[in-house]
Ligand binder design. Structure first.
Ligand code: H79
Length: 467
């Protein structure tokens, strides 16, 4: 093992122990593993869509306003009352091609939509259920229209499917407040069969699906054995599909990474957070809302700025993860205006800087004051993308702790601009224009010879125990 490989190994070990996880059983011994995950690892950026009957009350119920896709439970709405939303679901403005175009223009490579959320409502034509879009005045298979639009646009379609189900009579347990819903005759194994039949429909009628994204696995009724069985079942229907770690019981809280053990699932799922550092050898995807709710909430105006969202995407890419950014469409089938504006701003940035995100790997640097780094192999060397969040006042960008010889540096937004590079002890220093062309994140690319040869802090027992 070379010194560099050795230090990478220790870094990986340190991070794994720091996070208390080994990524579980990620099935890395399978011969087709690399190709199966390739498109997803290259994509880096996807759109989450939370849409269903809950978009009708839009987060508000009898004067309380802090609800969304959980409204049936958080507002304690009886099944009979919730079922009445079926009559009102008529999103006449829904236009699958327009949705897919907004995702694509923002630079997203895949769309993960709720085929069924915890409320049990299906956005598609399910022969196994009466609680689906065909029971509404709309009577159009939303997922089929999206599948066609995605196919045309070259976007991967993925499904979020909740294991927890507050509607099916065989699902257990009932919510604590649901005193009037009897459990008599309910049999959980029959619910599992129902869910598998639904999944079979979803994996048979909508072409090749990119990801199955499970959720609601934390309830006591769902077991590790059922998770493994479901994982294998899904892979038997579409062998190349990718499945998140919430299919099994190994997820560790909202941090979302898989605990050590024999758990199935192809990637970790941090929710509303970004890990502090990269996680070498572990696939993960941070999912996040643009405001404070997943489903549409008409009173929630706590929108993240476009700057924050772009910097989140960069931060995640610099740590080797994917970003799944959520939209909660309105009941009429349109996206909230604030979401449309943010998608457009991200798209403007991605049009210029997409190369610094797609098909990149995590940063070789541990910490940088001024921003983040992503990297890509090039002929004979490595292209480092330097994402400058804080433009240096003295006009000098300092990249410390790297031994490689520099080849050239340019602004990604103006590749003809050659920037001057000099070495200052362990650092490469790049002379920048006085003013940043893009205050959110101007990207410099720096080509170096060979793979990054980093000067890492010595890994001894003291430095490990200091973490
Ligand atoms: O679909 C969106 C939310 O509706 C859903 N996940 C995102 C993608 C979601 N469901 N619940 N939550 C989010 C928060 C639930 C957290 C908890 Fe737990 C469930 C706390 C205790 C049980 C997470 C899982 C922490 C421990 C286990």
């Amino acid at each position: 093992m070379s010194k560099k490989t050795l230090s990478c190994f220790f870094l990986a070990l340190l991070m794994a122990s720091f996070f208390g996880c080994q990524g579980g059983d990620q099935k890395i011994d399978e011969p087709n593993e690399e190709t199966r995950m390739d498109w997803w690892r290259d994509a880096r950026f996807g759109m989450f869509i939370h849409w269903g009957l809950y978009s009708i009350p839009a987060g508000e119920w009898k004067g309380t306003t802090n609800h969304a896709e959980w409204i049936r439970t958080t507002a304690e709405i009886s099944l009979e009352e919730y079922d009445q939303f079926l009559d009102d679901f008529n999103p006449v403005e829904f236009d699958a091609e327009a949705w897919v175009k907004m995702a694509k223009d923002a630079g997203m490579k895949y769309i993960t939509i709720t085929s069924k959320h915890h409320d049990g409502f299906g956005l598609y034509d399910s022969k196994t259920s009466d609680f689906d879009v065909m029971a509404t005045p709309f009577k159009r298979d939303i997922l089929k229209e999206l599948a066609d639009a995605c196919e045309k646009a070259g976007i991967k379609l993925c499904f979020y499917h909740s294991i927890m189900d507050w509607h099916h009579p065989d699902y257990l347990p009932r919510r604590g407040w649901e005193k009037n819903r009897s459990t008599e005759g309910a049999e959980f194994p029959r619910y599992v069969d129902y869910m598998k039949n639904q999944l079979k429909e979803l994996l048979t009628n909508y072409g090749e699906i990119g990801v199955l994204w499970f959720d609601g696995e934390w309830e006591d009724t769902w077991t590790h054995e059922e998770g493994v069985e479901l994982y294998d079942y899904i892979r038997s229907l579409q062998p190349n599909i990718i499945i998140n770690n919430r299919v099994d019981k190994g997820r560790q809280g909202m941090q979302g990474l898989t605990a050590e053990g024999n758990f199935v699932g192809d990637f970790g799922t941090p929710e509303q957070e970004i890990p502090d550092t990269g996680l070498p050898g572990i696939d993960w995807e941070s999912c996040m809302t643009m405001n404070d709710h997943w489903g549409y909430n008409k009173n929630d105006d706590n929108w993240k700025s476009s700057e924050e969202l772009i910097q989140n995407l960069v931060d995640i890419a610099s740590k080797g993860g994917n970003f799944l950014l959520n939209i909660g469409p309105k009941a009429d089938g349109t996206f909230p205006q604030e979401s449309i504006e943010r998608l457009a701003a991200i798209g403007n940035w991605m049009n210029v800087n997409g190369a610094s995100i797609y098909e990149t790997q995590a940063s070789p640097f541990e910490h940088l004051d001024w921003g983040r780094v992503t990297q890509k192999q090039i002929n004979g060397g490595t292209r480092l993308y330097l994402h400058v969040f804080d433009w240096p006042e003295n006009g000098e960008l300092r990249l410390g702790g790297i031994r490689n010889e520099a080849i050239q540096a340019s602004l990604l937004s103006a590749a003809s601009t050659q920037l001057t590079i000099r070495r200052d002890e362990d650092a490469l220093v790049i002379e920048l224009p006085k003013i940043s062309p893009n205050e959110i994140d101007e990207v410099i690319y720096l080509d170096i010879k060979g793979e990054p040869d980093m000067i890492l802090a010595p890994m001894n027992a003291d430095s490990i125990s200091n973490h």
